[in-house]
Design a protein around this ligand. Structure first.
Ligand code: GDP
Ligand code: IMO
Ligand code: MG
Length: 429
């Protein structure tokens, strides 16, 4: 079963990094297909913690070829820092491949990200400030810089000139900032070119050949379904396609080669940045989830907003991603609650909605309708099989499974690689 897509089902930080790492020994390629260093994945291996932003989580597995696909936006300075950090810790990063067609984040993108957020004031998105939105905007506006442009100085200069033409007017006249010199950007990008060169490849072709040869290729999403630019809570989203379909456009591999879609669902919900969040808690229980679940951003350190599990969102994730298997993470965090509330539908101005409202105002007005399930007090972090879980905990998982409409194949009971319960083999059954 060669083509597997792994996505986040909620608003990010579901534990995608850990799930990818779990499959690391059994896949040959791990492809990041969207986003950039706005992502923050924590992977814990034998007690050692690794925080990854731009690199695919598969870089930690010795036999995996990690790939940065064409759909990613790459801040090359950050890439080198991340590689250096891993090299120092003895991780072999030499297999990394980067698409020649991936777009580059430059300093004018990060500057614009920060100033536009400031200008939006109350209407800000709460971005990570990494230049993601402006870099994707340039791509769509056809004034982006691609990795391959670094290898033709004259083309690179023309493209940077074109990109800065209007931006410098904006920076000077609207945002009251200094203009950015073309030379400054060109020189910086050219300085990266030699070190980057051996990694640059036609990754679409390499992945296609790998699939032809029967290799296992895992496509790992950054961000998540409700942060997807088309299917998320627009405009409070990121600027890329984080749903399973993004794996195809973001890597150059067609939908006919995708065999399985794994979605990662946290046993409660979190969100970083602004935007609607129907089950959000502003009380002690929200604080309990934040503290017990250590819900602080890996990228920006911001406290994450927390709330109960929303199965309307889970159901939506099943539908738009075509989920075949869920990984339910952080079930251990719910231990010790008398009752565990699960949102099963919304009340929107007196009308029950079982599906995600298509109208943004309805979603902003959605009040969660909860079912309360009996909790459990036993420490489940040492459980390694379904039978070891307390009966109320099993009932919770089965209830969620029924609500979201796809099977929960793996359950996370701790941050470590081995802290899981496997009900169905993600690659075989
Ligand atoms: P990602 O962005 O989806 O990769 O997720 P993050 O790494 O940002 O956030 C998930 C956090 O939960 C990380 O700190 C993981 O180490 C941790 N984690 C993942 N699965 C579990 C689990 O089952 N239980 C617990 N307690 N922590 C987990
Ligand atoms: P991982 O991969 C959680 C959020 C930001 C902001 C919005 C837009 O770790 O799950 P951007 O900088 O992308 O333009 O910000 O998206 N956001 C994330 N939230 N996890 C992430 O990544 C995120 N990446 C972006 O907080 O609300
Ligand atoms: Mg994260």
């Amino acid at each position: 079963m060669p083509g597997i897509v792994l996505v986040g089902a909620q608003w990010g930080d579901e534990g995608k990094g850990k799930a990818t790492d779990l499959l690391g020994d059994r896949v040959d390629y791990v492809v990041k297909f969207n986003g950039g260093n706005n992502a923050g994945h924590t992977v814990v291996i034998e007690g050692e913690k690794y925080a990854l932003h731009l690199l695919p989580s598969g870089i930690l597995s010795p036999n995996v070829v990690p790939v940065i696909g064409n759909g990613v936006v790459v801040d090359i300075g950050v890439l080198f820092e991340e590689l250096d950090g891993l090299d120092k810790r003895g991780v072999d990063t030499s297999r990394l491949r980067i698409s020649a067609n991936a777009h580059v984040i430059t300093s004018y993108h990060t500057t614009l990200d920060k100033v536009t957020e400031r200008f939006l004031g109350k209407r800000r998105i709460g971005t990570t400030g990494r230049g993601i939105g402006p870099a994707y905007a340039d791509k769509m506006n056809r004034v982006g810089i691609r990795v391959q442009d670094l290898y033709d100085e004259s083309i690179l200069r023309q493209k940077v000139e074109a990109a800065l033409d209007v931006k410098n007017q904006m920076l000077l006249k609207i945002y009251n900032r200094r203009a950015i010199e073309v030379d400054e950007i060109v020189e910086e990008l050219l300085s990266y070119a030699p070190r980057l060169k051996p990694m640059v490849a036609d990754t679409s072709l390499e992945l296609s050949q790998a699939l032809d040869a029967g290799k296992n290729v895992l496509f790992e999403a950054g961000q998540a379904t409700l942060l997807d630019v088309d299917h998320g809570t627009y405009p409070y989203v990121t600027s890329s396609n984080a749903v399973s379909a993004g794996a195809c456009t973001g890597s150059g591999v067609p939908p006919t080669r995708v065999d399985r879609v794994i979605a990662i669902l946290k046993a409660y919900a979190t969100r970083v940045g602004e935007g609607p969040f129907p089950t959000e808690l502003h009380d002690d229980q929200g604080e309990f989830l934040r503290k017990t679940g250590a819900e602080f951003g890996v990228t920006t350190g911001r406290p994450r907003r927390t709330g109960w599990l929303d199965t309307v969102v889970g159901r939506y994730a099943t539908r738009v991603n075509g989920v075949t298997d869920f990984v339910l993470t952080k079930l251990d965090i719910l231990t010790g609650l008398d009752k565990v509330p699960v949102c099963v539908a919304y009340d929107v101005d007196g009308v029950r909605h079982d599906e995600m409202p298509v109208n943004q105002t309805d979603f902003h007005h959605a009040k969660p309708i909860y079912e309360e399930l009996p909790g459990w007090w036993e420490d489940i972090s040492n459980c390694r099989s379904w039978d070891e879980l307390p009966a109320t905990c099993q009932a919770y998982v089965e209830f969620v499974e029924q609500q979201i409409g796809a099977r929960i194949s793996v359950i996370g009971v701790g941050p470590g690689r081995d802290e899981v319960i496997v009900r169905h083999d993600l690659l075989k059954d």
